[in-house]
Design a protein around this ligand. Structure first.
Ligand SMILES: Nc1ncnc2c1ncn2[C@@H]1O[C@H](COP(=O)(O)OP(=O)(O)OP(=O)(O)O)[C@@H](O)[C@H]1O
Ligand SMILES: [Mg+2]
Length: 260
């Protein structure tokens, strides 16, 4: 396991040479081993663009992205993406959806079913292996998406607003689940969100983006997720005066930018 290193990147969209729009400017950060890295920023600040760059779906106009010293030059199995709900294959069962990535890798049937089953246990879907996707709730579909990303054992998990479509209660359950999965698998995570409470709760490192073009406003070091892993209750953590103070400071930061 190593480090994801993003150095001085710019992202530019251009409908023509005369019509270039810089959406990310001079972004640098590192995601070390076991780090839960969260990027929070207003709509249009370039969060999805940043995730696409790290995934290798797009390329920076300037700067460099490296994983373990190797430049990112396209998608790779080391960087697993948790897609949104519509990425599931509706004609397959839950376990077939999860095992699909292993099939593509040429893993034999017995091993892929065993591995997929273990991962489904990990994401709390024991007993749902034979269900079809249309029989699942939104929260359960997101668990399947998470399982699909983890099953091929990537070093870095990339998630873009994974809980955006969920109700507040399910969202919190998913936040807790992802923290547990992070702890149990030891993976590095890059999570993108515009939910400030979620960002503060989950991050070991939190990058605040400015509004368009997105620039690094600040990187905070936090440990609320680790407190959950250590046994503290989620509601207790989110109601802790220290949590509320940080949440209000971050909100103040965004409001003073007048971007929300
Ligand atoms: N393919 C594209 N071509 C041109 N412009 C784009 C493209 N994708 C995004 N943009 C523009 O780049 C900026 C950043 O978009 P991006 O989707 O990365 O923001 P975001 O922070 O993810 O926003 P949201 O919170 O709404 O998802 C926006 O102004 C958007 O209109
Ligand atoms: Mg986005």
């Amino acid at each position: 396991m190593g480090t994801l290193k993003v150095s001085n990147i710019d992202a530019v969209y251009a409908s023509s040479k005369a019509n270039e729009k810089v959406v990310l400017h001079n972004i640098s950060f590192e995601i070390g081993e076991g780090e839960f890295f969260v990027v929070v920023g207003p709509s249009g600040s370039g969060k999805t663009t940043l995730l696409n760059l790290v995934a290798g779906f797009q390329f920076p106009a300037k700067g460099r992205i490296e994983l373990d010293g190797v430049e990112v030059n396209g998608p790779s199995a080391e960087r697993g993406v948790v897609f949104q709900q519509d990425a599931l294959l509706p004609w397959l069962t839950v376990i077939q959806n999860v095992a699909f990535g292993l099939q593509l890798k040429g893993v034999d049937k017995q091993t892929r079913e065993f591995t997929a089953k273990n991962i489904l246990n990990l994401v709390g879907l024991k007993g749902f292996e034979a269900h079809h996707i249309w029989e699942l709730s939104g929260g359960m579909k997101q668990r399947v998406n998470l399982a699909r990303a983890i099953v091929v054992d990537p070093q870095l998990l990339l998630m873009d607003e994974p809980f955006g479509a969920l109700d507040a209660f399910t969202k919190e359950q998913m936040q807790v689940l992802v923290l547990k999965v992070w702890h149990e698998t030891g993976k590095q995570i890059l999570l993108i969100t515009h939910d400030i409470e979620e960002a503060i709760f989950m991050a070991t490192k939190l990058l605040l983006l400015t509004s368009s073009p997105g620039k690094v406003a600040q990187i905070l070091h936090l440990d609320f997720g680790k407190r959950l892993i250590a046994g503290e209750n989620v509601r207790q953590i989110k109601a802790d005066p220290q949590f509320i103070e940080i949440r209000e400071k971050v909100l103040e930061h965004f409001f003073s930018e007048q971007v929300i």
